[in-house]
Design a protein around this ligand. Structure first.
Ligand code: SF4
Ligand code: SF4
Length: 144
């Protein structure tokens, strides 16, 4: 039986936990929250520490010290899971759902992440230190 079907998120080992990440990097996009409704809006602007070639963090071990807003998922509180995209394995499992068929652990390949359009690689723009952007101009209405 696959570990994600038998264990809760807190019960997982570090390697099991890390293997759940599909590498989409959606969680590295800047987000806006509607204060009235609590709705989250993803933008196409990605954190300045992302490598958009690999969709991986360039400073993973020290990310939360450098970027205070970076979500440390193992510390996430229940009410914060809605900050993650609806395709994210951690959110899916937290909500009692299964992993999708394109997930690397199910497909046993990472090609499903690209082929299903899950990766941000094709549309994201990396933020630079000198940017003075109005994030509302970059909201992706279709991304949940
Ligand atoms: S959104 Fe979830 S699955 Fe995608 S990179 Fe972030 S943690 Fe990994
Ligand atoms: S610090 Fe790294 S993991 Fe955190 S949002 Fe930025 S690129 Fe993503």
């Amino acid at each position: 039986m696959n570990f994600w079907k038998t264990k809760t998120l807190p019960e997982m080992t570090t390697s099991e936990w890390e293997s759940l990440c599909d590498g989409c990097a959606k969680c590295c996009l800047h987000k806006l929250e509607d204060e009235d409704t609590g709705d989250i809006y993803f933008t196409s602007i990605a954190c300045r520490l992302i490598d958009l070639t690999t969709c991986r963090c360039t400073r993973y071990a020290e990310r939360t010290q450098i970027i205070p807003d970076c979500l440390d998922l193992r510390q996430l509180k229940t009410e914060q899971y809605h900050w993650l995209p609806t395709t994210c394995a951690y959110r899916l499992l937290h909500e009692g759902k299964d992993l999708p068929e394109w997930h690397p652990l199910v497909l046993k390949s990472t090609r499903g992440v690209e082929e299903s359009g899950i990766s941000i690689r094709s549309y994201a723009r990396k933020e630079s230190k000198d940017d003075d952007l109005d994030l509302e101009d970059f909201i992706l209405e279709w991304l949940e």
